[in-house]
Design a binder for this molecule. Structure first.
Ligand code: DC
Length: 222
């Protein structure tokens, strides 16, 4: 019997690493719902409908939602988000997209559109889906739910390292401000389900965290 594993948490909490590792060890498909919110934002930017946090043509964006096709290309050891046939993995990870996405994610129609897509992707179960509202809204009946938190300093350091690797060095203070700003907006839909397992990232080595989750996974599944 296959199950759905929902992994939710705030920006840079480390939920992606945990979700990827767990998916790899269970042989389940990893689905990054944040990538889909980012792809819709990028689509809006490309069409000139999302130019700043205060300048979003939500009416037009809502009209165009049915023309957006998002999928994932899974080549061994790598994962790419495809927006209307084009690999946009690098673009959706930019600071600009990161900062604009919470403002697009606020739009109820965008949330409904992506929730329907995510439910469709998970209809056969056997997935580890990460996001903010997977255990509460997208799959409230998921058999295993995890909510990941991390101390702010750790989140900032993780994000700084990611940006450095992408060739976008930033200052500690600017990344801290970005994370706090995004978390403030995302807080409206980012909270643990009542039956979620809480994980404090950084409290233990990552291998131990994943090992514990793996034991839980087999207990729940069997
Ligand atoms: O997990 P992430 O940082 O890649 O998410 C990008 C943005 O998308 C973030 O602002 C929260 C939003 N998001 C959301 O609202 N609901 C989800 N299920 C996943 C992401």
């Amino acid at each position: 019997m296959k199950i759905i594993v929902a992994i939710d948490g705030f920006a840079a909490s480390g939920k992606s690493t945990i979700a990827q590792d767990l998916a790899e060890k269970t042989g389940y498909t990893h689905i990054d719902s944040g990538a889909m919110y980012r792809a819709v934002t990028l689509f809006g930017m490309q069409k000139g409908l999302v130019t700043s946090a205060l300048n979003i043509d939500s009416k037009k964006l809502i009209e165009l939602l049915p023309t957006i096709n998002i999928s994932f290309d899974r080549i061994p050891c790598s994962y790419a988000t495809i927006l209307n046939g084009k690999n946009v993995e690098k673009e959706i990870r930019s600071l600009e997209v990161s900062n604009l996405t919470p403002h697009v994610a606020k739009i109820a129609e965008v949330r409904d559109f992506l929730t329907a897509r995510l439910r469709d992707l998970g209809k056969d179960k056997g997935i580890v889906m990460e996001g903010r509202d997977i255990g509460t809204v997208v799959f409230p009946d998921a058999k295993m739910k995890v909510f990941v938190t991390a101390p702010l300093t750790l989140s900032v350091e993780r994000r700084l390292e990611e940006l450095k690797q992408q060739g976008n060095p930033a200052t500690y203070q600017s990344v801290k401000n970005d994370i706090l700003e995004r978390d403030k907006i995302d807080a409206a839909w980012t909270y643990p389900a009542k039956d979620a397992i809480r994980i404090e990232n950084g409290s233990k080595p990552l291998t131990d965290i994943v090992q514990n989750l793996l034991s839980m996974f087999y207990r729940i599944k069997n």
